[in-house]
Design a protein around this ligand. Structure first.
Ligand code: F1P
Length: 306
């Protein structure tokens, strides 16, 4: 048997990384306080984590929270605080954005690298070095950054009704790491990931993982938007996968198409369910003879030449 990929090893370490994030968040400076008007940003995977956190914070009643990709940030707006997520700390669009707004807003940066430029650019930094990765494809850094922010919400005023505490999510993650993936999901030719509220950002990330690691055809939509057109993609040999709670009628919609439905949101926290999608990405990559550690056309961070 060949050695497991770096991506697989990093996926496996997520429950421990999340628990450490919860400890770190308890005494971290720079986290948004209740009532602050906050924007969250990043690129690629980091933007999807920003989306998930923004929806979770707003639903928890702790304040208006927007998420934008760093390259499309509406800088004329007014915020109290900008939260940036960047594993490398070197992504050009993120650094340019901080430069533009740092005089006006407090900036908290979450990064894996204490020596990176973002640490000098931001007012406060949370260095989640234990979650850094060797793989280009992000898995544990991204979810650990979200775990850190989620723990911050838990400490500041609580999570929305129906959202599990991070400690429970970490237990679900352990389940998600060992459960066999359904055969129909492993052998499918197309996957559409869905999620409502904060799970939408996670659905976006699940779809991106499949594209990056496996070059797979995936789509992602807010759960209720799926029936307004995208359902036409689903059919025999294809999968619709809902992270978090499934809206009424989804099962019947998917069943009519002849596609397979994955809907374990009652049982698994959406962050834990994302781990199953990460595992699927590795499995599909390997079944196609691809190395998930070396995604096509992608580097650890994108640094644009000026
Ligand atoms: C983000 C990024 C992602 C990409 C890939 C590599 O970098 O470039 O856009 O999807 O995962 O990382 P970072 O700003 O988080 O370092």
């Amino acid at each position: 048997m060949s050695e497991p990929s770096l991506t697989s090893l990093e996926i496996t370490s997520q429950p421990a990384c999340w628990r450490r994030a919860a400890e770190a968040a308890a005494s971290a400076p720079g986290l948004p306080g209740p009532g602050e008007r906050v924007a969250v940003t990043g690129c690629g995977t980091s933007w999807f984590m920003a989306q998930a956190y923004a929806a979770l914070r707003e639903a928890s009643g702790q304040g208006e929270t927007d998420a934008f990709p760093a390259s499309e940030f509406p800088v004329s707006r007014t915020y109290d605080r900008l939260v940036v997520i960047t594993r490398s700390g070197t992504t050009t669009e993120v650094l340019d954005l901080i430069e533009e707004v740092r005089e006006r807003w407090e900036v908290l940066a979450l990064t894996a690298d204490a020596a990176s430029p973002v640490v000098r650019a931001a007012d406060e930094t949370a260095v989640l070095a234990w979650a850094d990765e060797e793989s280009v494809v992000q898995t544990r850094f991204a979810t650990t950054a979200l775990a850190f922010l989620r723990a911050g919400l838990e400490a500041a005023g609580g999570l929305p009704e129906g959202v599990k505490r991070l400690a429970e999510a970490a237990s679900d993650a352990e389940t998600a790491l060992i459960e066999p993936l359904p055969r129909a999901v492993l052998s499918a030719e197309q996957w559409t990931f869905l999620g409502g509220g904060w799970a939408y950002g996670l659905a976006q990330e699940a779809a991106l993982k499949m594209r990056e690691a496996a070059g797979a055809w995936t789509e992602s939509y807010p759960a209720m938007e799926y029936r307004h057109g995208p359902v036409s993609i689903t059919g025999p040999g294809r999968v619709a996968w809902i992270l978090g709670a499934a809206p009424a009628g989804l099962e019947a919609d998917v069943s009519r198409t002849g596609g397979a439905l994955v809907a374990d949101g009652r049982r698994l926290d959406p962050m834990a369910d994302l781990i199953r999608a990460q595992r699927l990405a590795v499995a599909v990559a390997e079944s196609r003879g691809l190395n998930p550690d070396t995604p096509r056309g992608l580097t650890r961070s994108v640094i644009l030449k000026g």
